[in-house]
Design a protein around this ligand. Structure first.
Ligand SMILES: C[S@@+](CC[C@H](N)C(=O)[O-])C[C@H]1O[C@@H](n2cnc3c(N)ncnc32)[C@H](O)[C@@H]1O
Length: 205
């Protein structure tokens, strides 16, 4: 089967702010794509840019995310998209049999609001033949820390830990012997490296 993992730059962060003179509100949009992978504004405390892609700003347009989903539906038997809780709406409406899994990151930076930001969704579309409870079962929650921001692949902002890749591939029923896997946004290469590790182990556990 043809499987894909898509880990694109996340959609922009939209906020309604109530700071206009006279008490009005305005909507702000902060680009995550150009902050981390392009030439956009960033904070003094941000980690160094992982890489710079000339078309990173494309992901500030919500329709690009929708097009990505349609591309996956048309070209793959099973797929996964990594995103952020506020970014899920960019992908709606989801195909009827798509599901949301939760990656909980216990030591993630808490963010600046009342709610501490500790999880990221993964939209998964499991190949139809692999949706039953026969064989391996997989939790729809993974608790794992993101790679620490020091050294090599670990310093790549947005890099996924090996546990994340194994979890997503287990959910998709990945069989290294028969499946073709496409990593659409390789970044540090962590996803493909973890998948290759499963190959050398002789398959998903
Ligand atoms: C979230 S990161 C992927 C991280 C990767 N899964 C890992 O574990 O290292 C997103 C990647 O998409 C790249 N990217 C940005 N804009 C892009 C575009 N228009 N087309 C393709 N890739 C793009 C970024 O440079 C970055 O490497």
């Amino acid at each position: 089967m043809r499987l894909a993992i898509a880990d694109p730059p996340y959609p922009p962060l939209f906020r309604e702010r109530f700071d206009l003179a006279g008490g009005g509100s305005r909507v702000t949009a902060r680009s995550r794509a150009t902050r981390w992978y392009g030439e956009g504004p960033r904070s003094k405390t941000d980690a160094p840019r992982a890489d710079v892609h000339p078309e990173a700003a494309k992901w500030d347009d919500l329709s690009a995310h929708r097009e990505l989903l349609l591309h996956l539906v048309e070209n793959f038997d099973g797929w996964a998209i990594a995103t952020t809780p506020d970014g899920l709406g960019a992908y709606h409406p989801l195909p009827m049999n798509a599901q949301i899994m939760a990656w909980e990151r216990p030591t993630a930076m808490p963010g600046g609001g009342r709610l501490i930001e500790r999880w990221e969704p993964v939209i998964v579309y499991i190949p139809v033949e692999r949706r039953t409870r026969a064989g391996m079962r997989v939790s729809n929650v993974l608790v794992a820390n993101a790679p620490s921001a020091r050294g090599g692949r670990r310093s790549f902002v947005g890099a996924k830990p090996a546990e994340w890749t194994r979890w997503v591939l287990d959910a998709l029923g990945y069989d290294p012997a028969t499946d073709e896997l496409v990593d659409l946004f390789p970044g540090s290469g962590a996803v493909s490296a973890a998948a290759d590790g499963m190959l050398s182990l002789g398959g998903a556990e």
